[in-house]
Design a protein around this ligand. Structure first.
Ligand code: COA
Length: 264
């Protein structure tokens, strides 16, 4: 199944010719990036020379995340200086409300439709998912911009933070099973329903099957996303070493789908 992700990525862009992949970050990192992840060309835009695009990203991030949107200095110091944001660009008319109105762009002007930022970490190959959003519903735009951004930065593993009841669980599980790591170090604004997960990206064929939802459904226990007691117990067990994962599609009808992987 080698090269399967390249075929899937090409099919995604062939079906949506108005979308293109770009990156916004500091020029110093360009040689470290793969600007053709899964064969999709990335146009890298220097953050040093594209302040207007950075402002557009800031506006959309704050719209997507409300009270916990990125502050401007964090965008500069912790996104654009150390890394690169992956962007799906499109004509502004494709954006869902209220993003379109907020940006005040004419219909055909280029806009950010979806974006992903993953931060580099001290552990080689391990990146941390920081911000993922999409204003292009109904076409798996966030799963694609996430996968292609991870390819662009050459990530092998991802640790991310999400909430049991966030529809994004279905997006994250497009890249494969989400192993439960535990609670968020240092806490979180939505602590009681937030957790850290890890996705292993080293097996491209497995990621491709997950993107297609091609694997047979694994046996899983269904736990309501509101059952915070049971979900908290899962995190206790994960923190104590149990191997627990959310299996694709991760979430279904108000439940998360959990399985315990036997040791060995
Ligand atoms: C979560 C988000 C990124 C998804 O955007 P998207 O990729 O355009 O979403 P899509 O319409 O393609 O849907 C993606 C999946 O989520 C599911 N989904 C989307 N909205 C949903 C909702 N309100 N309830 C349940 N499921 C939902 C879709 O059914 C789809 O599932 P599938 O992949 O199994 O078919 C977007 O809603 C967003 O930007 N949210 C705010 C920011 C955020 O929470 N980011 C994630 C932080 S962890």
């Amino acid at each position: 199944m080698a090269g399967e992700l390249a075929s899937l990525a090409q099919a995604f862009f062939a079906a949506a010719p108005e979308l293109s992949l770009q990156a916004l970050g500091s020029g110093v990192h360009v040689p470290s990036l793969d600007l053709s992840p899964y064969g999709i060309p990335v146009k890298h835009l220097l953050a040093e020379h594209n302040a207007e695009l950075a402002r557009q990203y800031l506006t959309l991030n704050q719209l997507a995340f409300g009270g916990i949107g990125v502050p401007r200095w964090v965008l500069s110091d912790l996104y654009l200086l150390p890394g690169a944001i992956g962007l799906l660009r499109c004509p502004a008319r494709l954006l869902k409300a209220p993003a379109r109105e907020r940006l005040l762009l004419a219909d055909e002007e280029p806009a950010i439709g979806a974006a992903c930022y993953v931060a580099p970490s001290l552990t080689p190959g391990l990146f941390v998912g920081v911000s993922l959003f999409s204003f292009l519903p109904g076409r798996s735009a966030s799963a694609w911009v996430k996968l292609l951004t991870l390819g662009m930065v050459r990530a092998k593993r991802l640790r991310g933070v999400t909430q049991w009841d966030n529809p994004a669980v279905r997006v994250h599980s497009r890249l494969g099973p989400m192993r439960l790591v535990g609670r968020v170090p240092g806490g979180h604004e939505y602590d009681e329903r937030t957790f850290v997960y890890e996705t292993d990206l080293s097996d491209e064929a497995r990621v491709a099957r997950a993107m297609l939802r091609g694997d047979a459904a694994l046996p899983a226990v269904r736990i309501p996303v509101t059952d915070l007691l049971s979900l908290g117990t899962l995190l206790d067990r994960a923190e104590a070493g149990a191997r627990l994962e959310l299996v694709p599609p991760g979430q279904d009808d108000g439940h998360v789908l959990v399985r315990e992987v036997p040791p060995g």
